[in-house]
Design a protein. Structure first.
Length: 374
C-alpha cells in the first residue's frame, strides 16, 4: 500500500476510481489559506478520461488521514505524438470560503437587503459556522455543503466580523486565526463538511543537535509601525478617529511609527479597535523558518505524534536561541510508495519573492474589495 491514497470523484462527489501510480504528486497543505496539489500522469494512463471529466475531483489521504480534497481546477498537457503527460492542479475545498459572499441580510432576497452590514459576534467557531450556515448552506445551497456541530471553540473576536457582500475568506482571516482556530472543509462521503480545529504547541523542540533537522534557514523582519490611526464613518470634521498604540512594541524596539487604516464599515469603538489591531499585526515583526528535516525522527507529518499546519513549533537555531512560530504550510512530495519528502514552512518566510508578492497582491485585492463595498 502506498502512503498516498488518491481517489477520483465526479462532480456529484461520487466515487469513480483510484490513481495508484502517478508520475509525480506534490500537495501543499496550508493553514488559513487554500491548499493546492499537482499530480502528473502519463498520457496513456487508463484513468485519464475520469480525470479529464468536467467537475472531476480528487480526495487524497496520507498515511490513512485526510490530506486534501477538491476539484481539478486546471490541466496542462504535453505530447510528442508518441507519448506525453498531463499535469492536473487541484484546489482544496477550503476554496469555497472565497466563493461565498456574506450578504447583509442573508435570509432575504437581493432586493430585501435592508441592513448595511451583518456583523457576526461571539467566539470564533460560532462566527464562521453561523456565517457559512446562513450564506453557504441556507441561502446559496452550495452542493453537498454541511456545517459540523458547533463546539464553541476559539476566543471571542473583538468587534465581531462585519460582512457586506465580502467573500467570507476576506473578512474571516486573520481574525479567526488570532482567536485560536483554523478551518477545514473536507469531503466526507458525498458531503463537504466545514469544521474547525485548534492548533497546538508542538511538545518537542527541533534542532540540528537533536537530529530532527539537517539545517534551518531563518529570516527576521522588525516591525514597521507601532501606532495606527483608524478612521471610521463620517465626512470631513465629522469623521470618527481612533488610535491604537502598541506600547510593548515601542518599548521593545525603541520606536514610534504611525500608520493609517480606513475602516468605514462601522463606528463602534470595538470594531474600529479590531481593525486597528489587524493593521498592527500586519505591520508587526515577521519571523520565518525554512527547515530541512532529517529523514527519520520524531518530527513527522500527521499521525498521533506528528505535526500539522497551524501548530506552533519551537526551533533551536543554535547558541540557545529559540524561534517559536506557526507552521504555515507543508509541502509533501511523493518519492516512492513508502516515502514522501516533507518540507514545512514556519512563520512568515521573508526571503521568498514569489510568496511575498502573492501575499501583497492578496492584501491589495482585499482592501480594494472592501472599498468597493462601502
Amino acid at each position: 500500500m502506498s502512503i498516498f491514497r488518491i481517489s477520483v470523484y465526479d462532480k456529484d462527489r461520487k466515487f469513480v476510481c483510484q490513481i495508484g501510480n502517478p508520475s509525480a504528486l506534490s500537495p501543499t497543505v496550508r493553514h488559513g489559506l487554500v491548499s493546492t496539489m499537482t499530480m502528473t500522469v502519463p498520457l496513456s494512463h487508463q484513468r485519464l478520461p475520469a480525470l479529464l471529466a468536467d467537475g472531476a475531483r480528487l480526495v487524497v489521504k496520507f498515511q490513512g488521514e485526510h490530506l486534501i480534497s477538491g476539484p481539478i481546477t486546471a490541466e496542462e498537457g504535453e505530447t510528442n505524438g508518441v507519448d506525453g503527460h498531463v499535469t492536473f492542479t487541484v484546489e482544496d475545498d477550503f476554496r469555497i470560503l472565497r466563493e461565498i459572499l456574506g450578504w447583509p441580510v442573508p435570509g432575504a432576497s437581493l432586493t430585501g437587503q435592508s441592513a448595511e452590514y451583518r456583523t457576526y459576534t461571539g467566539n470564533a467557531e460560532t462566527i464562521i459556522k453561523t456565517a457559512v450556515q446562513e450564506n453557504g448552506v441556507n441561502r446559496l445551497a452550495v452542493p453537498g455543503l454541511t456545517v459540523a456541530t458547533n463546539a464553541n471553540r476559539g476566543a471571542i473576536v473583538p468587534g465581531g466580523v462585519p460582512l457586506r457582500m465580502h467573500p467570507l475568506m476576506d473578512q474571516m482571516f486573520p481574525a479567526l486565526e488570532q482567536a485560536g482556530i483554523g478551518v477545514t472543509v473536507k469531503q466526507i462521503g458525498t458531503n463537504l463538511v466545514l469544521d474547525v480545529y485548534e492548533p497546538r504547541l508542538h511538545p518537542r523542540k527541533l534542532s540540528v543537535k537533536g537530529r530532527t533537522l539537517k539545517k534551518a534557514n531563518w529570516t527576521r523582519n522588525r516591525p514597521t509601525s507601532s501606532r495606527v490611526v483608524v478612521a471610521g464613518q463620517g465626512e470631513g470634521v465629522d469623521r470618527k478617529f481612533r488610535q491604537l498604540i502598541d506600547t510593548a512594541r515601542e518599548a521593545q524596539y525603541g520606536m514610534r511609527a504611525e500608520t493609517f487604516r480606513d475602516a468605514r464599515d462601522d463606528n463602534t469603538d470595538s470594531v474600529l479597535d479590531a481593525r486597528g489591531k489587524e493593521t498592527l499585526d500586519e505591520n508587526g515583526p515577521k519571523n520565518g523558518l525554512s527547515l530541512d528535516l532529517a529523514g527519520t525522527g520524531i518530527f513527522q507529518y500527521g499521525g498521533t505524534d506528528g505535526f500539522r499546519v497551524g501548530d506552533r513549533v519551537p526551533v533551536d537555531i543554535g547558541n540557545g536561541l529559540v524561534i517559536t512560530e506557526t507552521i504555515r504550510e507543508v509541502k509533501l512530495t511523493w518519492k516512492s510508495k513508502d516515502y514522501a519528502q516533507i518540507e514545512p514552512s514556519i512563520g512568515e518566510i521573508t526571503n521568498q519573492p514569489a510568496r511575498i508578492m502573492a501575499q501583497r497582491l492578496a492584501a491589495v485585492s482585499k482592501r480594494q474589495r472592501n472599498q468597493e463595498r462601502l
